[in-house]
Write a protein that binds this ligand. Structure first.
Ligand SMILES: NC(=O)c1ccc[n+]([C@@H]2O[C@H](COP(=O)([O-])OP(=O)(O)OC[C@H]3O[C@@H](n4cnc5c(N)ncnc54)[C@H](OP(=O)(O)O)[C@@H]3O)[C@@H](O)[C@H]2O)c1
Length: 282
């Protein structure tokens, strides 16, 4: 496996700075602003592909500057390059989302260079499925670390800037599996259920300061994560979905967009299932 650097940042501001009027001192993305998230800074973990990519692109199209964190972020490629191509101020952070030191360093760099983070979306996630009796320590620990520890680490560092601004949106991408469980996914279900408890607690702590914290619980969404599943599993999943179709990453991004909006200011501590009705009958 390729070695993962603890932290590498690359930024897309040069392009933006070129279009600023000479001598302008205001933050560059304010000049690029359009849409409901204008002037906001969003950070999305797990933004390199799938659901995180769709969320990053959606928030970028809505006017936010978008910082994309994942282990495979590389300058000049991936989501950051897509954002740059449509004129969104952006940056890539090559970071293991569950590594405490790397997350601390990344957050320090982000706050130094971008001033604050207003919208934090936890989307980095992995699954390592196995039946309980066969599940090894590594399968348990790696999933808990990537899916759950990461929420704590990024939120702890970045909520301070939201507190200062008295505005913030924290959104965790959980799973319906965290609500109803799933055989062979005790690690993943525990991590996603833990996210819900974490989000509800954070929501209570930060509510008086204009910060909301919510979770989105996707059902079966067509991404690389689900493409790896066998035909039998996919058929069984389809049978359990009242809408009889799989969801898309854009369906999840639409829910995140709403929860991140000003209109959702009175919604906090909630879990919004995006699952074609799957858990409604669970
Ligand atoms: N697809 C579904 O049906 C579904 C359903 C319910 C919930 N979800 C949740 O939605 C989220 C995204 O899922 P997806 O289907 O889009 O998965 P995906 O296509 O496998 O993408 C996972 C993302 O997480 C990043 N990631 C994984 N480990 C990381 C680490 N240690 N540090 C930083 N980034 C890491 C990956 O980037 P790198 O590999 O570059 O690090 C990638 O950007 C996950 O939390 C997943 O549990 C998905």
């Amino acid at each position: 496996m390729a070695e993962i650097a603890p932290r590498q940042c690359f930024y897309g501001r040069e392009t933006v700075e070129k279009i600023l009027p000479a001598g302008a001192t205001a933050l560059p993305w304010i000049h690029m602003a359009r849409g409901p998230q204008e002037g906001r800074v969003a950070l999305v973990t797990g933004a390199s592909r799938g659901i995180g990519r769709a969320i990053a692109l959606r928030l970028g199209r809505e006017g936010a500057a978008v910082l994309c964190a994942s282990r495979s972020s590389r300058p000049g490629e991936g989501t950051v390059e897509e954002l740059r191509a449509i004129g969104v101020p952006c940056a890539g952070l090559a970071v293991d989302a569950g590594d405490p030191d790397a997350v601390r360093q990344s957050c320090e760099a982000v706050l130094r260079d971008w001033g604050r983070v207003d919208i934090l979306v936890h989307c980095a996630g992995i699954s390592r499925d196995n039946l309980l009796l066969r599940m090894g320590d590594e399968e348990w620990n790696s999933v808990l670390r990537t899916d759950l520890d990461s929420c704590f680490l990024w939120t702890r560092h970045l909520c301070r800037s939201m507190l200062k601004g008295r505005w913030g949106r924290i959104i965790a991408i959980g799973s319906v599996v965290g609500l109803v469980g799933n055989a062979g996914q005790a690690n993943y279900a525990a991590a996603k259920a833990g996210m819900v408890g974490f989000i509800k607690s954070v929501a209570r702590e930060l509510a008086p300061r204009g910060i909301t914290a919510n979770a989105v619980a996707p059902g079966f969404i067509e991404t690389a994560m689900t493409a790896a599943l066998g035909e039998g599993v996919r058929r069984a999943a389809l049978d359990s979905i009242p809408q009889k179709t799989f969801g898309t990453a854009e369906d999840v991004a639409a829910a995140v967009s709403f929860l991140a909006s000003e209109e959702a200011r009175y919604i906090t501590g909630q879990v919004l299932a995006v699952d074609g009705g799957m858990t409604m009958v669970g």
